[in-house]
Design a protein around this ligand. Structure first.
Ligand code: SAM
Length: 341
């Protein structure tokens, strides 16, 4: 039996369904929680162009992943819209059989001018990051002097191009932008867009993460629910979803720190230089670019990727939860669990 015919699952019986493709390691923002200027300063050496996977290489790998069960692709980065002609890549990926959904996560800086071409090429959904409606707070966070109004324009342009509902990601950091939670909720109520609050995560050694800067999702939900009553909606794959009882729409929380969702994680990640990561927090990736450029056949690549997934045992966030819960003094909300949802 060919490996594509075997239902692929990892050691925790999780199938491979989603692939996040980073198309560049560069970004024009220096968000303090992601690519802080102290680390990603002028001297930081980004990948030279020849080390990035080409559109042809990305498409070939995506097709192999589709053969292993991947149904959804998400383009990310760095800032994916810094990669020239991204709409051409979207069109190439959209032609792969079995891929039902192509999404993009972006800071929105270049989205307004590109939304129509991306939608026409086959992009189905877009997530735009926005951490505050207050220019002073937002600019302090993006550390690139980028104003809120331009991101709001990008969200409107994406919706006008047919990429609605737009998801809006807000990373919440204690003492930095938690005061922006209610204004953001007020702004996006009745907009048709879905605001998602993300717990501030530790992304390794680069962002100086501190547990006391995490605002637990449960606290965000009770803050918003105190103002506009909420009810739990059918959980998503990553976000826990809530509806405003007054019909003003939906919000989500991504509680990677306090309520991790490792058990339901069906996601693989491909870095811009072709390293396969089986977890956001994995310390090391698996090189696919080497064999790809050395002439490996599709079958050999498929077997390599299948074997990596079959060995996958990552539960990084879950393993940290007990410690996190103890420190934050929040109770796990098992009844709201979306594991498997
Ligand atoms: N540049 C694009 C953007 O801004 O959306 C795509 C890449 S960015 C790394 C993807 C998402 O990860 C953004 O919504 C960002 O806010 C979120 N993110 C980055 N660092 C994070 C952290 N330390 N904790 C939680 N979310 C984070």
């Amino acid at each position: 039996m060919a490996i594509a015919d075997v239902p692929l699952a990892d050691t925790l019986a999780r199938p491979l369904r989603d692939l996040r493709i980073s198309v560049t390691d560069r970004c024009q923002f220096r968000c303090t929680y992601c690519m802080p200027r102290e680390v990603f300063g002028r001297d930081f050496v980004f990948l030279p162009r020849e080390q990035l996977l080409t559109f042809e290489e990305l498409t070939r790998l995506a097709a192999i992943f589709a053969g292993l069960g991947v149904r959804k692709l998400r383009l990310t980065g760095g800032e994916p819209l810094l990669r020239r002609d991204l709409d051409k890549l979207v069109a190439m990926l959209a032609a792969i059989g079995g891929i039902g959904d192509i999404a993009l996560t972006t800071n929105g800086a270049l989205l307004a001018g590109k939304a129509e071409a991306l939608a026409a090429a086959g992009l189905r959904r877009v997530t735009v990051s926005l951490d505050s409606l207050d220019d002073a707070v937002f600019m302090a966070l993006n550390d690139a002097g980028f104003p809120v109004a331009r991101v709001l324009e990008a969200i409107a342009a994406a919706a006008a191009a047919g990429l609605a509902p737009v998801k809006v990601n807000m990373v919440v950091r204690r003492g930095v932008n938690e005061q922006s939670v209610l204004p953001m909720a007020a702004h996006f109520r009745r907009s048709g867009h879905v605001l998602r609050f993300i717990e501030y995560m530790d992304v390794g050694t680069t962002n100086g993460w501190r547990l006391d800067e995490v605002v637990p999702a449960a606290e965000i939900i009770s803050l918003i629910g105190g103002q506009w009553p909420l009810e739990a909606a059918y959980p998503g794959e990553v976000a826990r979803r809530y509806r405003y009882r007054d019909g003003a729409g939906e919000i989500g929380v991504i509680a990677s720190v306090t309520q991790p969702f490792c058990r339901g994680c069906t996601r693989a990640r491909l870095s811009a230089d072709g390293q396969l990561y089986t977890c956001l927090f994995a310390a090391a990736g698996h090189d696919l670019r080497g064999p790809l450029r050395a002439g490996a056949s599709d079958r050999a690549l498929r077997e390599q990727i299948g074997a990596i997934w079959a060995r996958r045992a990552d539960r990084y966030s879950e393993r940290r939860t007990r410690h996190t819960i103890r420190t934050l003094r929040v109770k796990p909300k098992v009844e709201m669990s979306h594991i498997g949802g």
